[in-house]
Design a protein around this ligand. Structure first.
Ligand SMILES: Cc1cc2nc3c(=O)[nH]c(=O)nc-3n(C[C@H](O)[C@H](O)[C@H](O)COP(=O)(O)O)c2cc1C
Length: 222
């Protein structure tokens, strides 16, 4: 499967089988996490065989079941922490999908089990991502019309349209899709709307846009 097919196949999954992730897949995920940490300065950690984070009232209220593995998105406190967590977390999410695993970003409905991961001085846990073998593959979310998440002089180049289509496949908190991409020449910028976790969403959709458009086709304007 190519990256677009992987993005199309990924949906949030909240119920998981009682099936451990094989050691060779854990190694592939950990290697990728290490690369992400090196590039970003984040302190992402894969937590396995830890059932307590998702066994409380909140998790069941949130319809989670059987979650015993998750990715703790940790990094230095600062303005860019959420966007970075979104960008690199989604990189790991799409790798997990390629490996036959399922995932779900979880901002709220879990317990923080302090002994399960390390948070160094000046760092914080931003969000977690449940990971494992889903009971199902999930279902596609409703996407906004492309025109409502882009501002550009028409006609737009195909690579930009591809980037927008990929961004609309991305997971966002409560499926809010509160982002707008702007095109000027071959320069692209993107702004987050007002809402919960929109900076995290921004990192996620930027990663999808790059995969859809092709990184060599454009430059980001900050
Ligand atoms: C930043 C972020 C936070 C999220 N938090 C939660 C959460 O706390 N509980 C939950 O059930 N789903 C959560 N989700 C999953 C979204 O509801 C889901 O991605 C969205 O509805 C789109 O569906 P899809 O992922 O199947 O495409 C979160 C997603 C993102 C990106």
């Amino acid at each position: 499967m190519n990256q677009i097919e992987i993005m199309k196949a990924r949906h949030s999954v909240r119920q998981y089988k009682d099936q451990p992730i094989e050691a060779d897949l854990i190694k592939i995920l950990t290697d990728e996490i290490n690369v992400c940490n090196e590039k970003s300065g984040l302190h992402i950690q894969l937590v396995t065989n830890e059932p307590k984070a998702f066994d409380g009232f909140m998790a069941h209220y949130g319809k989670f079941n059987g979650v015993t593995n998750y990715i703790a998105m940790i990094g230095k406190k600062g303005n860019d922490l959420e966007e970075k967590c979104g960008y690199y977390g989604e990189r790991v999410v799409l790798l997990a999908q390629r490996l036959g695993l399922n995932t779900c970003w979880v901002a709220m409905t879990y317990n923080k089990i302090k002994t399960a991961f390390t948070i160094n001085n000046g760092e914080k846990l931003c969000i977690v991502i449940a990971i494992g073998y889903g009971e199902t593959q999930g279902v596609p979310h409703k996407s906004k019309p492309a025109e409502s998440v882009m501002k550009a002089d028409k006609p737009v180049p195909q690579w930009f349209q591809n980037g927008i289509d990929a961004a609309l496949l991305a997971p966002t908190a409560m499926n809010q899709q509160k982002f707008v991409f702007y095109l000027s020449g071959n320069k692209v910028s993107v702004k987050a709307g007002v809402g919960f976790y929109t900076k995290l969403d921004l990192g996620i959709v930027k990663y999808h846009f790059e995969l859809g458009a092709g990184k060599d086709k454009f430059d980001w304007i900050c």
